[in-house]
Write a protein that binds this ligand. Sequence first.
Ligand SMILES: Cc1cc2nc3c(=O)[nH]c(=O)nc-3n(C[C@H](O)[C@H](O)[C@H](O)COP(=O)(O)OP(=O)(O)OC[C@H]3O[C@@H](n4cnc5c(N)ncnc54)[C@H](O)[C@@H]3O)c2cc1C
Ligand SMILES: *[C@@H]1O[C@H](CO)[C@@H](O)[C@H](O)[C@H]1NC(C)=O
Ligand SMILES: *[C@@H]1O[C@H](CO)[C@@H](O)[C@H](O)[C@H]1NC(C)=O
Ligand SMILES: *[C@@H]1O[C@H](CO)[C@@H](O)[C@H](O)[C@H]1NC(C)=O
Ligand SMILES: *[C@@H]1O[C@H](CO)[C@@H](O)[C@H](O)[C@H]1NC(C)=O
Ligand SMILES: CC(=O)N[C@H]1CO[C@H](CO)[C@@H](O)[C@@H]1O
Length: 503
Amino acid sequence: MLPLALLILLTNLLPLSSLAAISDSSSSYNSFLKCMQKQSQKNVSNVIYSQSNTSYTSVLRAYIRNARLNTSSTKKPLLIVTATSDSHVSATVICTKTLGMRLKTRSGGHDYAGLSYVCDVPFVILDMFRLRSIEVDAADQSAWVQAGATLGELYYSIWKSTNLLGFPDGICPTVGTGGHISGGGYGNMLRKHGLASDQVVDAKIVDAKGNILDRKSMGEDSFLGNPRRWGSEFWCRFVVQVAERCSNNRRRSFHANAPTTVVFYGKRSSITVKSTIVALYLGNAEELVSFFENDFPLLGLKKENCTELSWMGSVLWWNNVQNGTSPDVLLNRKPNSAVSGFRKSDYVQKPIPKSGLESLWMKMIGLVFNPYGGRMSEIPASDTPFPHRSGNLFKIQYSVSWSDSGAEAERDCVTKIRSLFSFMTPYVSENPRSAYLNYRDLDIGINHFGKNSYEEGKVYGVKYFSDNFDRLVKVKTAVDPENFFKNEQSIPILQRVLGKILA
Ligand SMILES: Cc1cc2nc3c(=O)[nH]c(=O)nc-3n(C[C@H](O)[C@H](O)[C@H](O)COP(=O)(O)OP(=O)(O)OC[C@H]3O[C@@H](n4cnc5c(N)ncnc54)[C@H](O)[C@@H]3O)c2cc1C
Ligand SMILES: *[C@@H]1O[C@H](CO)[C@@H](O)[C@H](O)[C@H]1NC(C)=O
Ligand SMILES: *[C@@H]1O[C@H](CO)[C@@H](O)[C@H](O)[C@H]1NC(C)=O
Ligand SMILES: *[C@@H]1O[C@H](CO)[C@@H](O)[C@H](O)[C@H]1NC(C)=O
Ligand SMILES: *[C@@H]1O[C@H](CO)[C@@H](O)[C@H](O)[C@H]1NC(C)=O
Ligand SMILES: CC(=O)N[C@H]1CO[C@H](CO)[C@@H](O)[C@@H]1O
């Protein structure tokens, strides 16, 4: 197998002028317990936490990944179910519905707006962290991954079973596969292999009646309208087709082969803006250097600017883990640790003119540019719910994080990111102004579940799903006509009035 070549390019220091930087808990517990007992035919008392259980708070906090949503005024679940089997998942759906509560499913808890663990009506959290088995079949180049497994656990399991396979998933090891893969999921191999969700060949889901379905039993329409997208909260198990052997990558042309991640960021405490370009190339350093000599001679890239590593080595490298450290570090779930943050996204379809870039540097907060193209342009936009395919040059992530708990720090940061977003309007996609589902942003629209849920849903729906939105609404209406699986930004249903569908 060929090593992967990693490179770090360019560290520019630019001057920076302005960078400012419920209802009754115990009775619901009893009814819920009874219902769960009946549905799952098992003693379930060890998987249900009410607010009076001593471990309730530590279970809740373990996968809160945005400290902004860890305050005393943040709404808390009445109950948390830490499912350990399919039958628990199915029973949780049925019993939550029976008791008239909202269901929130949490896998890794990284939703930027905390939609997996915060809700403004009485709710139950179906917590998947105990359902985390991973079965890798190296010969078949596939794996079954339970939704509660983290990316780090998936990487580790693949590495344990073979050094010839990898998976095109995100960077941060604590992210949950459940939310990540069902919302798209990209990493450093995006341009070569597409999204994590593009690799899904089957899934187990639980529908609104509590039935456990797979690709065959749910039907192609539902499958292609992939779990999270057509409902909101499901349990899924993914068969993941892991990447082809690295030695095969040689045949691909450079552009499809070099998924560059470009990172620009500003530091509040200093007067400089630091910009960094980091990229993963699936091949050796000589090849990479010769590509750069032809295509980007001004960069002056040399072999010593590249680091050759195995795929696992690159996974650790992207996580700033020192060379030689055991991949065991990927298994650290780091429970109950988070900073406060706010994120937004944009898609860029035409080059940003130099004048725009110059003003952008002056306003800079944390920005990450992810180049598209390559495999992403080959997959037709209507093939899967994820619509941002050819025609997109790159995606931007805007981010602000703060550590002071004061409301002032929050206001300051949120104001800054919104003003930058507004400044960017002329340079990014329009009608719709597209956004990435996994970079949850409640600013772009919220469903209040009133009469006009379709109209409200369309506001954010076309930003996340473009022309695929209406198809997703049809599938959603067919499989979950009561709209049981819902959150602030789920796919709405078409309303039936006097037997007619209104849209
Ligand atoms: C530190 C950090 C790094 C990140 N890095 C990347 C990256 O490199 N690439 C990238 O693409 N994204 C990245 N993200 C975004 C990440 O992919 C999304 O936040 C993703 O949705 C998180 O999945 P989760 O299971 O951890 O989150 P959760 O908060 O548990 O879930 C996210 C959403 O999916 C729903 N959901 C969760 N599990 C299920 C399930 N089993 N069935 C149905 N619905 C479910 C939840 O209800 C919620 O709406 C990052 C986020 C963070 C905070
Ligand atoms: C490459 O490495 C050399 C030596 O360390 C350094 O001077 C140069 O700036 C680097 N080039 C790039 C493009 O990073
Ligand atoms: C369930 O198990 C718990 C201990 O784990 C026990 O206290 C309880 O009595 C059991 N309930 C039933 C209905 O068997
Ligand atoms: C949540 O807040 C509590 C109390 O301030 C703190 O101990 C805990 O570490 C915080 N957890 C997260 C994930 O922010
Ligand atoms: C990483 O460490 C190994 C030995 O532990 C060494 O052989 C290898 O050259 C190192 N790689 C890099 C890129 O430093
Ligand atoms: C999961 C868990 O520990 N649940 C406990 C919550 O509290 C009740 C009453 O004390 C126990 O019976 C449960 O086992």
